[in-house]
Design a protein around this ligand. Structure first.
Ligand SMILES: [Zn+2]
Length: 134
């Protein structure tokens, strides 16, 4: 049996339920690394084979709309262009447009239709994620 076979990936509803339990208990968890650790510790008390990775965990809680995620970002000095991916859930973002009095269309920023995250025109790098219940 391969080593990989000893792990199981819990269903999204289990990941979300455990995440909510953790956030009810701690109130606020101020890094993705810490949330991943706490959720995995709790998950293993239910099923010792369960393993939850940080990217998957972040996406599941982001799309649930039950968890508020704040992102502390670092400025890069570059402008966003082309295909913009959401730094919270990883989905494609769409531009938010506005029309000026002159009739020109300007892009104000980008919004994620999947999790609701908004960002301006500047490209930023995520430094730290903070999680709390909505
Ligand atoms: Zn998103």
């Amino acid at each position: 049996m391969s080593r990989k076979g000893i792990y199981e990936i819990p269903k999204p509803e289990d990941v979300l339920r455990i995440s909510i339990e953790i956030l009810e208990e701690y109130g606020i968890v101020s890094s993705l690394k810490m949330l991943t650790k706490l959720v995995n510790m709790r998950a293993r008390t239910e099923n010792s084979r369960w393993r939850i990775g940080p990217q998957r965990l972040r996406k599941i809680v982001a799309v649930s709309k039950k968890v508020e995620i704040d992102v502390i970002t670092k400025e890069t000095g570059e402008r966003l262009e082309g295909d913009v991916k959401c730094m919270v859930c990883g989905e494609a973002m769409r531009p938010e447009m506005n029309r000026t009095l002159d009739g020109d269309v300007v892009v104000l920023g980008y919004v994620c239709g999947n999790c609701g995250y908004r960002t301006g025109m500047e490209k930023k790098a995520p430094l730290r994620y903070t999680f709390r219940l909505r």
